[in-house]
Design a protein around this ligand. Structure first.
Ligand code: GLN
Length: 506
């Protein structure tokens, strides 16, 4: 049985299209057919409008540009602005919002000739690790529909795993690309802070957010990263650093490289994940890499530090959603005779203030409210020094840990998540348990360093396990090189969920 076009990788499709062996229309039709068949139960996309996507392809075929992604559909998370397309960040409060401009990463995809498919499902405002906080309903894990796909880029990861996306963009503030990549058995990379423009990425925590690729293999990851990376005049935190040739880095040898193995807090670490990591280390050693024990002494404070800094930033970023400037507004306001201006007890019952209050009360879900409250608290007078300032100091210590560890090795090897995918509903009522699922990913965001997740095993229940590689700032090429060597020595990236096999051969 021939392999369905939607099941191919980005680099395979690119070759076939360039050689004239595949019509991009056939590819898009196959993909849209799979989306219409699988998405109602999977909910990897909030919504897809086939007509608009097909029209976009026709425009691309007529007018180009014929870049490296010519005619290839790329899925983007619902927090990356696509001009004229609804972009709601998984939230009721932004529903109906159509940005008047493209995020820079979206613009770069279009300049590379890609067809952009918007609205991969996500946790509301990227707050979460399971995609269950989406206002549009949870995404399911293609490997087991009773399980979560991880989050917050769960829609992007599930779509790639189920072959309803060729490749996708997600965003990562504390693990939101890597943890869903690990839960869904795909490759995910969070770039160095400043490597990729944040312009048009709806802000969660501006000092931590980065957009990055979720792909079927490491080569696709390198390809997509080369398209989106680079300085952008519209994001002052994007770095004026040249973008290396990530594809060329893939074939560089790994023999003699040093892999740093940190001593980690192991409470909550599933023995199956630990075993898969040990085996992955042996594979890297067989490839000629040398293990080096390293220390990351402050990593055990990662979760509490992150939940101070990230919520502080989130509470200020979310202050702008007031029912006036963006998206949705509450209409069911308490009735009463209209009276003019002034914020006093009586006008609080009607007029502008109640509109703000009702819009925010109804428009944000429970997790967003929790984050706004936590963030406002840690920033409040009297607590600022005790929480936010302390958090920033610990963040600096963590950055120094990484500097010291990465001076002794070329890449660090860690688990991505402590467990394989958990069940829907399992952690939703217990925020602390949910937050702890990010224990190994968060510190890379606090330190601003690049990190990626690569499939490295399957649990007894048949669920994917991911390994995480962390590198020095702007050393994405090193991570991709090690990941590619690992991938070539194993075949975990070729395993597909039964769902993906439905109607295709791979
Ligand atoms: N799961 C983490 C959180 O809930 C990270 C989310 C993210 O990276 N956007 O904040």
């Amino acid at each position: 049985m021939p392999v369905a076009p939607a099941a191919l990788t980005l680099h395979e499709l690119r070759e076939q299209i360039a050689a004239g062996a595949l019509d991009p229309r056939a590819l898009l039709r196959d993909l849209l057919e799979r989306i219409s068949r699988l998405n109602p139960s999977l909910r990897a996309y909030i919504a897809v409008d086939p007509e608009r996507v097909l029209a976009q392809l026709e425009a691309r075929l007529q007018h180009g540009p014929r870049g490296p992604l010519f005619g290839i559909p790329i899925t983007v998370k619902d927090n990356l602005c696509v001009s004229g397309e609804e972009t709601a960040c998984g939230s009721q409060i932004l529903s109906g919002f159509r940005p008047p401009y493209h995020a820079t990463v979206v613009e770069r995809l279009l300049q590379a000739g890609a067809v952009v498919i918007p609205r991969a499902n996500m946790d509301e405002f990227a707050f979460g690790s399971s995609t269950e906080t989406s206002a549009f309903g949870p995404t399911r894990n293609p490997w087991d529909p009773a399980r979560v796909p991880g989050g917050s880029s769960g829609g992007s990861a599930a779509a790639v795993a189920a072959d309803v996306a060729i490749a996708a963009l997600g965003t990562d503030t504390g693990g939101s690309i890597r943890q869903p990549a690990s839960f869904c058995g795909v490759v995910g990379l969070k770039p160095t802070y400043g490597r990729v423009s944040r312009y048009g990425l709806i802000a969660f925590a501006s000092s931590l957010d980065q957009a990055g690729p979720l792909t079927k293999d490491v080569t696709d990851c390198a390809l997509l990263l080369s398209v989106i990376a680079g300085q952008d005049a519209r994001d002052s935190t994007s770095a004026p650093m040249p973008v290396p040739d990530y594809l060329a880095a893939l074939s560089e040898p790994v023999k003699g490289l040093r892999v740093g193995v940190p001593a980690l807090p192991s409470d909550g670490l599933d023995p199956q994940v630990a075993a898969a990591l040990e085996e992955a280390q042996r594979v890297l050693e067989r490839l000629g890499m040398r293990p080096v024990p390293v220390e990351l002494p402050h990593i055990r404070h990662a979760v509490e530090t992150y939940y101070i800094i990230a919520t502080a930033e989130a509470s200020s970023n979310l202050a702008r959603y007031d029912g006036v400037r963006y998206g949705w507004r509450a209409t069911a306001l308490p009735a009463g005779p209209a009276r003019g201006g002034g914020i006093d007890a009586s006008s609080a019952q009607r007029g502008l203030l109640p509109m703000y209050l009702q819009t925010r009360a109804q428009g944000f879900g429970a997790e967003a409210v929790r984050r706004i409250l936590l963030g406002t608290y840690v920033l409040s007078r009297g607590y600022y020094d005790a929480y936010y300032l302390q958090g920033m100091k610990v963040r600096t210590l963590m950055k120094r840990d990484f500097d010291a560890a990465l001076a002794q090795c070329d890449a660090l090897l860690l688990p991505t998540a402590p467990t394989p995918a958990f069940r829907l509903g399992e952690k939703l009522a217990d925020p602390l348990q949910m937050y702890l699922s990010d224990i190994y990913t968060i510190s890379a965001n606090l330190a601003g360093v690049p990190a990626m997740s690569v499939p490295c095993g399957l649990s007894r229940e048949g669920l994917p396990i991911g390994l995480q590689l962390i590198g020095a700032p702007f050393q994405e090429a090193m991570l991709l090189r090690v990941a590619r060597a690992y991938e070539q020595a194993t075949d975990w990236h070729r395993r597909r969920p039964a769902l993906a096999a439905a109607g295709t051969a791979r």
